[in-house]
Design a protein around this ligand. Structure first.
Ligand code: ZN
Length: 296
């Protein structure tokens, strides 16, 4: 008998919900605007209740969410959004209402860890690569999948907030409310628009800022190589959709590594890549989370 799973990819502007046997066989799906939490979560629960009534019981629920999140299984607020900057969503339970309604086990992770897991299992890392996934969008986040599992530890990685060496041609102060000119403060979509008055995809293809951005992305990748030694790095998110950034970022990564780490993969064209699953990586990862918790 086929096994059905429930998957949620919760973003700051929309929540994608799906039921199916996996990311390639979605039977029901809906996209819900992220509004006030009570009304939004009621709509999410109603979708899954309806889908389950039509299709049958689901084996498990996987949730990848914007954060920060409480991922500590021993915590009474596991499954909740923690100190998010999104108004009204602090200490909202993203998992409990849906899992109780469906009567199934649930797994919970960050949106970027879910996307990393989706890419590792069915996308750019298919075949078992340990990979780092960075999303360069309204924020910058990073997830690390090793041995098929997303890395947690103390809480979860926040790779987008590492410090970068400032490019000599960049005087922008940075807009991270915690760190100023961390990676997110310098290279996220809002930082680019604030600095230049327009998003990257509206700038000329030879705009000088592209080289600065490639340098920052290259530094991020170099940090990932030095600290995590992944077999592949995936760069996704809205900023990367402007195009033409992966190869320059890889070149700057090699520059910043300075020849210190010698491995043919670092020189390969497919070391720094775009997400193979495109915008579906996060939802695919939520399915992977559900499958893993059902099998546990
Ligand atoms: Zn920061």
């Amino acid at each position: 008998m086929e096994t059905l799973y429930a998957a949620i990819e919760a973003g700051g502007t929309k929540i994608n919900c799906a039921v199916g046997t996996g990311p390639d066989d979605i039977r029901r799906r809906v996209r819900i605007d992220t509004r006030a939490p009570e009304a939004t979560m009621a709509e999410v629960v109603a979708f899954f209740a309806g889908a389950s009534a039509e299709l049958g019981a689901v084996a498990a629920l996987g949730v990848g969410s914007f954060g920060p999140l409480d991922l500590d299984h021993s915590s009474p607020t596991w499954g909740h959004v923690a100190a998010t900057t999104k108004p009204g969503w602090v200490w909202i339970d993203m998992v409990g209402p849906v899992a109780r309604r469906l009567g199934c086990p649930a797994a919970f992770d960050t949106d970027v860890n879910a996307a990393a897991l989706g890419e590792a299992r069915w996308g750019a890392g298919r075949g078992g690569d340990d990979l780092v996934y960075f999303t360069i969008g309204t924020g910058i986040g990073g997830g690390f999948v090793s041995g098929g599992r997303a890395r947690h530890g103390l809480t979860h990685p926040e790779m987008g907030h590492v410090s970068l060496r400032r490019h000599p041609d960049d005087a922008y102060p940075g807009l991270c409310s915690f760190h100023g000119d961390c990676a997110e403060g310098l290279a996220s979509g809002p930082a680019i628009s604030d600095r230049l008055g327009a998003p990257l995809n509206e700038l000329a293809v030879d705009h000088p800022f592209r080289a600065i951005l490639a340098d920052y992305l290259g530094q991020l990748c170099a940090h990932a190589v030095l600290m995590l030694s992944p077999q592949r790095i995936v760069l996704g998110g809205g900023v990367m959709n402007a195009g033409g950034l992966h190869a320059p970022a890889a070149a700057r990564m090699r520059h910043h590594l300075g020849g210190f780490i010698v491995h043919p993969r670092l020189a390969a064209d497919d070391f720094v890549v775009a997400p193979a699953l495109g915008d579906n990586a996060g939802l695919a990862g939520a399915f992977a989370l559900a499958m893993d918790v059902a099998a546990a």
